[in-house]
Design a protein around this ligand. Sequence first.
Ligand SMILES: [Zn+2]
Ligand SMILES: [Zn+2]
Length: 108
Amino acid sequence: MNLVPVSIACPECSSTDVIYSCKPECCFNHVCNQCYTTFELESERVGEISEVFTRPPQPDSTHPTIPCARCGECQVFLWEGAPQPFPAYVCISCKAILKVSFTNIAKG
Ligand SMILES: [Zn+2]
Ligand SMILES: [Zn+2]
């Protein structure tokens, strides 16, 4: 399986120019660089991976960041070519398969 850094499209304008503006200790507020809409990301556990994977490199601190619904770690990556009908994310800390959603959307 192939894990890549998460790529998030703005819920307002669909731009992928999205920046994580806070710190995991505080909140998961993200800002869209195109329309300045802010939103938070949250996850829901939908399964468990059994496949082996190689640990992807850690993206920089402004890269979109999603907390794992189960363990709370921010080691969440996009599962490229996942069999699910939705984009699947994987927590490499506890191996949960996650579905990601937007919350607290505030138009810019
Ligand atoms: Zn936007
Ligand atoms: Zn986890």
